[in-house]
Write a protein that binds this ligand. Structure first.
Ligand SMILES: [Zn+2]
Length: 257
């Protein structure tokens, strides 16, 4: 994708060439592994403004005044995790919250943007489900394995404290695994730890008690394109197929007195 780098913004000839190249054949790779430059993004925006938006104008106008997503999707900031590609989600489908390591600070400890996104999605948007989606080869999980590598990154180091239960469990139970397998196990344990943190948020706890909110804990495997999900009943992660394993524990019921 380097051939567009030297063209000035608004170069219509270059734009036309670009549009031609975007006409993907089923067996033709659309793009190289080089990430998009700012100029490439500008060309794509022009295509959106001139072709995609006019073709889907009614749909976008319906969304102009309100959003009613049913799913809060919390995932890592990693550029390789692209929910709109993996799940073919469309505008209005997912309320997305991204951060380093798909981490959820326990309620009250750090009232930042992640906690605000959860509160807004659960109380105002009344989403029906929350997905916490980690991924393979996660830099945050690697940093959790090797904290010395982020010693000079005080903000990252402090943020990763919210994953400490996962690190401790992985160290105690999976230390005999290879480095790759340990990383995979740690990534899953992080999902479990973040679900526990999520449940400390009053808005979430209340909806779980009411029984009208589901939590899902997923791991996206970049190398295979698979998504694995935590099955609370089985107590392990399973490959998503036709069924949808839930990570939600059954709502508590008050014992009769
Ligand atoms: Zn990551």
């Amino acid at each position: 994708m380097s051939d567009g780098k030297d063209r000035p913004a608004g170069d219509q000839a270059g734009y036309a060439v670009h549009l031609e190249r975007l006409k993907v054949q089923p067996d033709t790779p659309e793009r190289s592994y080089e990430s998009a430059s700012m100029h490439e993004l500008l060309l794509r925006y022009q295509r959106f403004r001139d072709e995609i938006f006019p073709a889907r104008k009614e749909e976008f106008l319906k969304l102009a005044g309100e959003q009613t997503p049913q799913v809060l999707f919390i995932t890592c900031s990693d550029s390789r995790v692209a929910p709109d590609v993996i799940f073919q989600s469309e505008p209005g489908d997912l309320f997305v919250c991204r951060n380093v390591g798909n981490i959820i600070p326990p309620y009250g400890e750090m009232l930042g943007s992640t906690s605000a996104a959860i509160e807004f999605a659960v109380r105002v948007l009344q989403v029906k489900a929350i997905v916490i989606c980690g991924h393979s080869d996660c830099g945050a999980m690697k940093a959790l394995m090797h904290p010395e590598q982020v010693a000079e990154l005080p903000t990252v180091s402090a943020w990763l404290r919210h994953s400490e239960p996962a690190r401790q469990i992985a160290t105690e139970y999976y230390s005999d695994l290879s480095e790759d397998e340990f990383l995979a196990a740690l990534t899953e344990e992080n999902i479990v730890a973040q679900i526990s943190n999520l449940e400390t948020h009053p808005s979430v706890a209340s909806r779980l008690r009411r029984g009208d909110l589901e939590i899902y804990g997923w791991v996206y495997k970049i190398h295979s394109g698979e998504v694995w999900g935590l099955d609370a009943k089985q107590g392990r992660f399973v490959a998503l197929d036709s069924s949808l394993p839930s990570a939600t524990r059954p709502p508590r019921r008050r014992a009769a007195t």
